[in-house]
Design a protein around this ligand. Sequence first.
Ligand code: GDP
Length: 301
Amino acid sequence: TNKFREGLGKTASAIAGKVEELVLRRKKIDEAFYEELEEILIGADVGVTTVMRLTDELREEVRKRKIEDASDLQPILSEKLVALLREGADEGLRMAESGTTVILFVGVNGVGKTTTIGKLAHRFKSEGKSVLMAAGDTFRAGAIDQLEEWGRRVGVEVVKQQPGADPAAVMYDAIRAAKQRGVDVLLCDTAGRLQNKTNLMEELNKIYRVIQREMPGAPHEVLLVLDATTGQNALSQAKLFGEKSGVTGIVLTKLDSTAKGGIVVAIRSELKLPVKLVGLGEKMDDLQEFDAEQFVHALFA
Ligand code: GDP
């Protein structure tokens, strides 16, 4: 069974549905065909640079294999998409060889950070691991409560301080608690206010340094959470965070609520950052590890 099929319905009809219609209508592969194909992919937020690269590769392949029929093109398109998504992709989350694995989550408000942390806590718990969460967003009203609500739901404790407290101090407490209790995984929330970016980046740097100092080798992942429904905006957020906060991978949320799931392809090819996890709904189980092949197959189901 394909884990992505259900969640990617909207993107699938935006890409596969339209490609199918195009193939039936045009029949032959010519310049006009490529132009329309490019429009479809750009419309699904694959991103102009990536689309141009993809169609260049398609042209070459079509020439090499001497293909004329548009109906023979779709498998090649799938192949190219899978190859692109796989490029340099890491396998899953990087975990500590021994001791606590620390995962830091960054990203702007509303993208789904807290939800992703809750889902991941649930996942690790169901694998029999001990989990702790750190309420590092001391800025947004309600952020601590929201994390605690997830904590209750999945049965995981939250390390916290008062709203307005220094998030680096929260991390210090959390690392100490994780070490004392021999916790397997520590999931750290952070603030995502976009006004005053410099301060936020400084805050994230300080958090990062405290974690590194208190636990050499940590954090094992710094995951940037991006909302797929914001399309190209997600890409510019990635550039903003990526440069400054040592991001090691992407979590792309809300793929179930958008027809612009092509953004995954753009992120892969333009950022050179692996998409580690994708959010496919609001429920506890709606989080999947990214799998290029299944993803593309879901699009052309
Ligand atoms: P944060 O501000 O980054 O911590 O974002 P939240 O975790 O509070 O999420 C913001 C909203 O997005 C909430 O209503 C979540 O239920 C919703 N959300 C998060 N992930 C997903 C997802 O994968 N799919 C859908 N449909 N909604 C999501």
